[in-house]
Design a protein around this ligand. Sequence first.
Ligand code: SAH
Ligand code: SF4
Length: 438
Amino acid sequence: MNFADSEIVNSILIEDGMTATESAETADVILVNTCSIRENAETKVWNRLKEIRSLKKTNNDLTVGVLGCMAERIKDRIIEEEQLVDIVVGPDAYRDIPRLLAEVDDGRKAVNVLLSLEETYADIAPVRTTGNGVSSFVSIMRGCDNMCSFCVVPFTRGRERSRPMESILKEIQQLSDEGYKEVTLLGQNVNSYKDGENTFTALMDAASLINPEIRFRFSSPHPKDFPDDLLHLIAERPNLCNYIHIPAQAGSDSMLERMRRPYTREQYLDLITKMKRIIPGLSLSTDIIAGFCGETEEEHQQTMSLMKEVEYDLAYMFAYSERERTLAYRKFEDDVPEEVKKRRLTEIINQQMEIQKQRNVKEIGNRHLVLVEGTSKRSDEQMSGRSDTNKIVIFDRMDFEKGDYVEVEVTDSTSATLKAKPIRKTTLVEYYGMAVEA
Ligand code: SAH
Ligand code: SF4
C-alpha cells in the first residue's frame, strides 16, 4: 500500500517540477513514507531518519519530510524534540506537499495530517519508477472501518472509501498500454469495495476484460464477507490468478472474538473448503498474529491446528505489537511475555515452513505458466518469476526476457521457491487455450 502511495507522491512531485535524484546525497528534498502497523516498522523509520540527519549536517538546505501513517502520531515529537524533520504529511494530504514545501522554504516547519472522508487520489496517475516494469499495484480504496482490536490502520488511514471504478479501469488501461502484465488491486478490505451498484466482483470482472494478457491479484479480502460470485469468476477467468490471500489472524473462537474479527473458526474453515471446491488448484496465503492479549497455550495450539488444516502456501506471521489508540491498547493487557510470544511465533513459522516444503515437493513434475519478473537475485544466468499460484519460480535464462510468459516444468523445490525447466515462451491466452470475450 505504501509502495502504491509513494508512486502517487512521485506523480505529485513531478507535476510540481521536481525530478528524482540518483542518490540521497544529491537530493534537495527527502521524503520518508512510513508505516505504523508494528513497532519494528516504526523503528526502521526512526533509524532511517537518523541516517538522513547526517546528510542534513552537510547540506543545510536539505528538506526532510515524513509521510504516511506515522505522521499523525508523532508530529509533535518529530518537529519539536528531534529536529530531524521539516514537514509532516498524513496519508490523505499528499496533494498539499508542494504548498508545505514552499512553507519550509520560508523557514517554517509545515504539517498537514488531516484525514479525509473522500480523498482517493483518483485523478492522479501514479508514476512508477521503482517497480520492475512488469507487475504493479493499483489502489482501489483507502482507509478501513473494521476496527480489529489490535490494528492501528483505522486510526492512521481514516475512514474507508472506494475509488471510482472508472478511474481504476482507466489506470489499468494505461498500465496495459505501457506493457505491464500483472496488476494487484489493493485495499484494506477489498470485499467492501463499492462504487454505486458496482461491487468488488464487478470491478474484477471489468478489470480482467481490459487485457486478457494481464493477470490479476488482489489484497486483502476479509473472511467475514468474501463474495461467492468472485470465486466463480476466478474459477472461470484465466487471467484472475488462482491465489487468494485470506488473513485468518488466529484459530480459536475466543481469540477471534477478542481480536474483533467477526467470524468463527468454523466459518473460516467452511469458507476455505468452499474456495478450494470452486477453484481447483487454488493457492492460499494468510496473516497470523502470535501472542495477542491473553493468548493461552490452548489458543496458540488452535492457531497451529488451523494452519495445519488449511495448508497455506504462504503465510505472513507476526508477534503481536501493541499500538496506541487501538481497542486492545485501551481495554486489554499486552500480557503474553516477550519470550513466550517469540517461542509461539517460532513454532508457527517452523510448522509453516514444513508445510510449504511438503507442498512444494508435490509440485515436482507439474507445469506452470510463469510471468518473468527479471533475473534471479542469486545468478544472472537464471530468471525469476511467479506462477499463477504466486510461487517464486527460478529457471535458466536462455533468451527469455522480463515480461515474458514461460511454460515451465518444476524439477526441484525448497520451502520458498520452485526450480524449473523452461519448456517454451507462450502467452496467457495460448497457454490456457481460451480467449476472454469482452
Ligand atoms: N486489512 C488487512 C490487513 C492489513 S495489516 C486485513 O485485515 O487482512 C497486515 C497484517 O498486519 C494484518 O493482517 C495483521 O496480521 C498484522 N497486524 C496488524 N496489526 C498488528 C499488530 N498490532 N501486531 C502485529 N501484527 C499486526
Ligand atoms: Fe486493520 Fe482489521 Fe482494517 Fe485489516 S480489516 S486494516 S486488520 S482494522
